[in-house]
Design a protein around this ligand. Structure first.
Ligand SMILES: Nc1ccn([C@@H]2O[C@H](COP(=O)(O)OP(=O)(O)OP(=O)(O)O)[C@@H](O)[C@H]2O)c(=O)n1
Ligand SMILES: C[C@](O)(CO)[C@H](O)COP(=O)(O)O
Length: 249
């Protein structure tokens, strides 16, 4: 047996299930709101309610786990915890929150070979169609993958406020979420990468794997800065206006 085979997790032959893990324990410092950005009102509901509604409307998920900060009971108080599992095990970094959530998934019955779709609570424009697009693209993939957006702008390198180079952008993508990997390899990869890695794909890449890139076909930006709230709200309202009430999430 090779050294790498020794470190492979046990993958059983039963059909894998799909779990959603939603890190929701950030403080939203860059958004400059009064409190965590995931609970700010957007189109009449807390921002994270839109995120959760998209996952609740996605067929084929075994469960949805939301990781919140220790002692945070906002989801329960807002009536948003009924269709999801909530664990107040968030950590000091996004990666720490995701790792803590992966451990909780085991207690919910998740198996090492099951797929986990990690999605930022702050990406509230995600749709069931986008989630299913990623699931379909990666279901037979040996590694897994992520939603990502090809660059739309010319890409510059800056130094001391001036352009030092213009990069070829044909092969550049902006990483989004969900990012979908199997539970055991993802846990191992995050443990090896440590708490500073900024997405799951980076941790998997550091293990020598090449995650699949899947375009989202529609807006899926992360609410990060103050202006993003109005932009996200406009997109949500436009979708609601053009979607029959039975399909709206
Ligand atoms: N310790 C952390 C940090 C982030 N997140 C979550 O990870 C997602 C993406 O992180 P980001 O947008 O960077 O959120 P914040 O850390 O909240 O924002 P900021 O960096 O501006 O403080 C968000 O849904 C956020 O709640 C988390 O669960 N735990
Ligand atoms: C995971 C992520 O959404 C990919 O774009 C992003 O890296 C998370 O945001 P952060 O600012 O790096 O925490």
């Amino acid at each position: 047996m090779t050294d790498s085979a020794l470190h492979q997790p046990h993958i059983s032959s039963t059909a894998p299930r799909y779990w959603a893990l939603i890190p929701c324990a950030g403080s939203g410092a860059r958004a400059g709101a009064d409190g965590p950005k995931q609970y700010q009102a957007l189109a009449g509901r807390p921002l994270v309610a839109h995120t959760l509604a998209a996952f609740a409307a996605t067929p084929g998920l075994a469960g949805i786990l939301v990781v919140v900060a220790p002692g945070d009971t906002t989801l329960e108080a807002q009536g948003l915890a009924e269709a999801v599992h909530v664990a107040d095990c968030g950590g000091a970094s996004r990666a720490a929150s995701v790792s803590a959530g992966l451990a909780v998934l085991h207690t919910l019955g998740a198996q090492p070979q099951d797929w986990v779709l990690v999605h930022d609570a702050a990406r509230c424009l995600i749709t069931p169609a986008q989630i299913q697009r990623l699931m379909a693209a990666c279901a037979d993939d040996a590694v897994g993958g992520l939603l990502a957006q090809p660059l739309a702008d010319t890409l510059k390198v800056g130094a001391e406020g001036r352009v030092s180079a213009t990069l070829e952008r044909g092969d550049k993508w902006l990483a989004q979420t969900p990012q979908m990997f199997r539970l055991a390899p993802l846990q191992q990869a995050l443990q090896a990468s440590g708490p500073t890695v900024t997405d799951e794909a980076s941790a998997i890449e550091a293990q020598g794997q090449r995650p699949r890139l899947v375009a989202p076909e529609g807006a899926n930006f992360k609410v990060t800065y103050p202006d993003d709230f109005a932009l996200a709200e406009a997109v949500l309202k436009a979708r609601l206006a053009s979607t029959p009430a039975t399909e709206a999430v």
